[in-house]
Ligand binder design. Structure first.
Ligand code: FE2
Ligand code: FE2
Length: 259
């Protein structure tokens, strides 16, 4: 039965380093068939570059997804299309560069993955994630044996609602973006694995991956400051999804934390 590890938002150098240090062994020990990672914060906490995408693939990541920080690094918009295993959120305007999904293949099994951005408290212009996911599932059904949907959103209500909306039609609906893992991993009644947020891969002695002091100060006085990526208590966080025998839906989901 195919196994997928979905790694949450890789934040800066600490996030990249723990992936490089731990993923090769994890892949073997867990018998992973697919590793997908959201890397929207890989470059100093904001966006990604071509060089960083290549180095992440070298660690054993099969596909990279992105969220609202997709365009934070200048020049990436010209590079993204060179990568056939990188996708940007599917519900961005059609004129945006980059792929809207990735199809991976292992042992004859095809897994499709795509991301939709939420629209509650998320700054980027995006189409309705519900209707976009409907359209994407319809389109990808013929191209893949199983489909994983990432919901990159702030509001838990929006994430849960999408989980129920897609239950039975996707193998998994996995939340990212809040950087804080949630304790609600479950297989929904119609067979889709769901979790509100798989958590970030980066420093947890932080506020969402950034140094504590400047963030606290900004809350106190509202003055602008640089938020550097923090360094303490680095963890790799993700969801391990085991597909059921038919491969289309999920047998099990669990939150994985590597310290
Ligand atoms: Fe993020
Ligand atoms: Fe995000």
């Amino acid at each position: 039965m195919p196994k997928l590890l979905f790694i949450g938002d890789i934040v800066g150098r600490p996030g990249r380093e723990i992936v490089a240090a731990r993923l090769p062994k994890l892949r073997r020990e867990m018998g992973l068939d697919f590793v997908v990672a959201n890397a929207e914060n890989a470059a100093a906490g904001a966006g990604i570059t071509g060089a960083l995408a290549r180095s992440l693939f070298e660690t054993g990541i099969d596909a990279i997804t992105l969220g609202d920080h997709v365009w934070d690094q200048r020049g990436w918009e010209a590079e993204i299309s060179q990568f056939d295993r990188v996708c940007r959120p599917a519900n961005l305007p059609e004129s945006c560069p980059g792929r809207d999904h990735v199809v991976l293949e292992a042992g004859g099994f095809r897994l499709a993955v795509f991301t939709v951005l939420g629209r509650q408290y998320v700054g980027l212009k995006a189409d309705c994630p519900f209707l976009c996911a409907d359209r994407m599932l319809e389109r990808l059904r013929a191209l893949a044996d199983a489909i994983v949907v990432e919901i990159h959103a702030e509001a838990r209500s929006e994430k849960q609602a999408l989980g129920w909306h897609l239950d039975g039609r996707a193998a998994a609906i996995l939340g990212t973006h809040t950087h804080v893992p949630t304790a609600d991993a479950a297989v929904l009644p119609q067979g889709s694995a769901f979790i509100c947020d798989v958590g970030m891969t980066g420093p947890y002695a932080s506020v969402l991956g950034r140094e504590v002091k400047p963030v606290v100060s900004k809350f106190l006085d509202g003055m602008p400051r640089r938020f550097e990526v923090a360094t303490g208590d680095v963890r790799l966080s993700g969801a391990l999804v085991t597909l059921e025998a038919s491969g289309r839906l999920a047998e099990r989901i669990e939150l994985v934390t590597i310290r």
